[in-house]
Design a protein around this ligand. Structure first.
Ligand SMILES: Cc1cc2nc3c(=O)[nH]c(=O)nc-3n(C[C@H](O)[C@H](O)[C@H](O)COP(=O)(O)OP(=O)(O)OC[C@H]3O[C@@H](n4cnc5c(N)ncnc54)[C@H](O)[C@@H]3O)c2cc1C
Length: 421
């Protein structure tokens, strides 16, 4: 197998797979490493905002997505305690389809990775990247990877880290530590059959110390995903039946504290175990990549999942980076000039990243902190009862109705032609 590539992508979530597709379509030799075998379930609410549908079409996935995804999400609800407020979700401003849909990550990530393979990327799975080392004199990077007992070293001038934010990243000489804090948010997700959740309704759940969402997704299954503070979870578990897992404690809490969840799950049965992930540390981490690997998706910055924009940020940050790289062919040279071009691309990408995502991240943080505090939600509920359209307005300002207007700029010409395959 070839060990030298123009770009190595680490991680095959939506960020990494879309970068592998885009760079391959731009004519670059690409390897993508994914630590886990697919299909794999993942903690995620699985809602794909309508703003991404043109991107997914351009990546060649539109038809498969429409075939498998759940119903269009046309209404949003806020479920807090005994309260339920429902509003229409505004349609995407231009084009059809106008509303987002949910698709299981075991389908979405697999479809994207298969497309990366047909676009020409070398897929290494299940291979975990362990370390990234810089070669001397601008000569690019070496990535050391492992699969069971086997080890491998790959070289490339461009490294794209798309390894998410919930696992120890490959070591690159910078310090990574994650001590436990009471305020850490832990993510949970489970799928249910036979729920009474209205098709096309997207309830957002607020409860003391956490927030979440429910949606009817692919295969008729309902996904329930939520985040809960570590201290709240510990308190719930200490009062739970001995031997009950963390997911079961979260489920019991939601049934107790949220009438909407209680009613939706009244005759439902869980399919498979609860999945857990985290801790989530929402915030921007782009500076970790300056002078080194390019960071995209959650590795670059994590948004509070209350607005369901994480997949958008993964796909869109990947697009932003690939545009910058495709416009600088010399960034793929393994020499000092290549290094200068990579630094330039890094700076432009960081500026565009902040312009696209900073507001969304701040807004999500405000919503999340309000939803986790029953005192604040109780104060806001009377206003929302009077004017439920404010919920739709919140969806609009969090970026759901504007198509990702970041393509095509002509820098990725091969892609649009290849999108129908
Ligand atoms: C409770 C919850 C609900 C959510 N709901 C939604 C929602 O409804 N809509 C939405 O848009 N977003 C949602 N999100 C956010 C969304 O899941 C993430 O933002 C998204 O998965 C980020 O994509 P990514 O490609 O950056 O990373 P990931 O999807 O995390 O992918 C990273 C990949 O890298 C691999 N990897 C890690 N380390 C290595 C390594 N060293 N070597 C090789 N491979 C490696 C992992 O196995 C993984 O496959 C939710 C998140 C949570 C916690």
């Amino acid at each position: 197998m070839e060990h030298r590539f123009e770009a190595i992508v680490i991680g095959a979530g939506p960020a990494g797979t879309s970068a592998a597709i885009l760079l391959s379509c731009a004519g670059r030799s690409v390897a993508i490493l994914e630590a886990r075998p697919f299909p794999r379930r993942k903690v995620c609410g699985e809602c794909i905002a309508a703003s991404n549908l043109p991107l997914l079409d351009a990546l060649g996935l539109g038809d498969s997505l429409r075939e498998r995804a759940g119903p269009e999400l046309r209404r949003v609800a806020l479920w807090c305690g005994e309260a339920s407020i429902i509003a229409a979700l505004p349609a995407r401003a231009e084009g059809d389809p106008a509303w987002g849909r949910a698709l299981g990550r075991e389908h979405l990530d697999g479809l994207l990775l298969a497309r990366a393979r047909t676009a020409g990327a070398t897929v290494l799975q299940p291979w975990r990247a362990l370390a990234i080392r810089r070669e001397p004199r601008g000569g690019g990077y070496q990535v050391e990877a492992r699969c069971g007992e086997a080890e491998l070293a790959l070289q490339a001038p461009v490294i794209v880290r798309a390894n998410g934010s919930w696992e120890v990243p490959p070591s690159d000489g910078t310090l990574w530590s994650r001590s436990h804090r009471a305020s850490d948010l832990l993510g949970f997700k489970a799928s249910f059959r036979n729920t009474r959740l209205e098709s096309g309704l997207l309830p957002v759940l607020g409860f003391g110390g956490g927030y979440g969402g429910m949606v009817v997704g692919s295969d008729g299954l309902t996904t329930l995903a939520c985040c809960i503070r570590r201290d709240r979870l510990a308190a719930c578990r200490s009062g739970a039946t001995a031997g009950a897992g963390a997911g079961e404690a979260v489920e019991a809490l939601l049934l107790r504290e949220c009438r909407g969840v209680r009613e939706a799950l009244a005759s439902a049965s869980r399919v498979g175990p609860w999945l857990a992930a985290g801790p989530l540390r929402p915030g921007m981490r782009l500076e970790g990549g300056i002078g080194g690997a390019f960071l995209i998706g959650n590795a670059a910055g994590e948004v509070h999942p209350i607005i369901g924009e994480g997949i958008s940020m993964a796909l869109q940050s990947s697009w932003l980076l690939c545009e910058e790289l495709a416009g600088r062919p010399d960034a793929f040279r393994a020499d000092p000039w290549g290094e200068i071009c990579r630094r330039e691309a890094q700076q432009r990408y960081a500026l565009r990243w902040c312009a696209h995502f900073s507001r969304r991240m701040r807004l999500a943080a405000c919503f999340a902190h309000a939803a986790m505090r029953p005192g604040i939600t109780a104060a806001v509920l009377p206003l929302l009862r009077q004017a439920p359209a404010l919920l739709g307005f919140a969806a609009r300002v969090s970026g759901k109705t504007r198509s990702a207007a970041i393509f095509p700029t002509g820098l990725l010409p091969g892609l649009i032609q290849g999108s129908s395959s």
